[in-house]
Design a protein around this ligand. Structure first.
Ligand code: GLY
Length: 339
């Protein structure tokens, strides 16, 4: 019965997946659909898809999807990630549903699933954002386990390497260049630059509702207390159920400066395809910062509109994103880029 209902809803909503001007071209559109940043998005999408294909809510999909990445021991997301320059892993996350409800946590330590704490902030408090020890206290009160304060083996190695120079270079943050692609690429590139990034996920469910999530450890070896764009609604993540959803990855400071994800959604409201909206937003970063400084950083957006159209754009080469809309369709696509 439930499956029949799902199929009916799905077939009603088939309209053609449009990923504009991409290497792979699609004429088929359908919902539900889920899109996530980087190649870690493939595993995350699988978990999200299990929710969506069973007629689940986009909000549940985007939470359960990124929890997969938070559980993995990679250099960028969750407790296995690289620490700040004082040696502590601090996590940022946000979540937003189809009704402008949103929650986020920042500078959160020793909690395995910051995305779920963000959801609790949204659902159980009158606030949008909790940070630091207050966020941790809330998480523990909500039954989350306080994990041991211990670096993963990879993070310990990276941190020990970093301590040799103990040099903080906030502008150098080129992601996934020659060092490899995706969160499992080496934490330190051969040229000494550091990777960091984020899993961001946006989904459209069978009922046509949008939601998004974003979770990260932020920049590796950041200053203690630094918070990036990911937990800031409108910067790292924005959802307007009338229009679309967008999420960012890359140098958070530059996403915050232009309220990046909100900008992408507002451009989609003006009628732009998600890819064009992402491109124009990346152009705005170049305008704000100047092309030379932009060569030192990476910023990327993915977007999904109410029709199920998908788009992405990055400052630099190397960004990819994962799109899933069927049991047998969960693919990694290369983003276009400006520089
Ligand atoms: N985009 C993640 C961060 O800058 O923290």
């Amino acid at each position: 019965m439930q499956r029949r209902k799902f199929l009916q809803l799905s077939s009603l909503s088939v309209a053609g997946l449009s990923i504009k001007k991409n290497n792979l071209s699609f004429t088929e559109i359908r919902k539900p659909i889920v899109v996530a940043t980087w190649d870690a998005g493939i595993a995350a999408n699988k978990a999200a898809w299990n929710v969506l294909k069973n007629n689940g809510r986009a909000l549940d999909a985007v939470e359960q999807g990124v929890m997969v990445t938070e559980s993995s021991q990679n250099c960028c997301v969750g407790l296995g990630a690289n620490p700040d320059r004082d040696g502590f892993v601090t996590l940022d996350a946000s979540i937003m549903d189809e009704n402008f409800n949103c929650g986020s946590v920042a500078f959160l330590e020793r909690i395995k699933h910051p995305i779920s704490v963000a959801r609790k902030v949204m659902e159980k408090t009158p606030h949008v954002m909790l940070v630091g020890s207050g966020a941790q206290q809330f998480a523990v009160a909500e039954g989350f386990t306080l994990e041991e304060q211990k670096l993963s083996d990879d993070a310990k190695k990276s941190y020990e390497n970093w301590l040799k120079k103990n040099e903080y270079k906030p502008v150098i943050n080129i992601e996934r260049t020659e060092g490899g692609h995706g969160p499992f690429a080496p934490a330190q590139l051969e040229n000494g630059e550091w990777n960091h990034d984020t899993i961001g996920m946006i989904a459209l469910d069978v009922k046509g509702n949008l939601s998004g999530s974003c979770t990260t450890s932020g920049a590796g070896f950041k200053m203690r207390g630094r918070v990036g764009d990911s937990p800031i609604i409108g910067a790292g993540l924005f959802v307007d159920n009338e229009v679309g959803a967008a999420v960012a990855t890359g140098q958070g400071e530059d996403v915050i400066r232009i309220a990046g994800s909100h900008t992408v959604v507002e451009l989609m409201r003006q009628g732009l395809h998600p890819e064009d909206a992402c491109k124009k937003t990346v152009e705005r970063i170049i305008k704000a910062k100047g092309i030379e400084k932009c060569k030192q950083i990476q910023v990327c957006f993915i977007a999904l509109n109410k029709k199920g159209e998908v788009g992405a754009y990055a400052l630099q080469k190397g960004f990819n994103y994962s799109v899933c809309y069927a049991d047998d369709y969960n693919k990694l696509l290369d983003s276009k880029f400006l520089i």
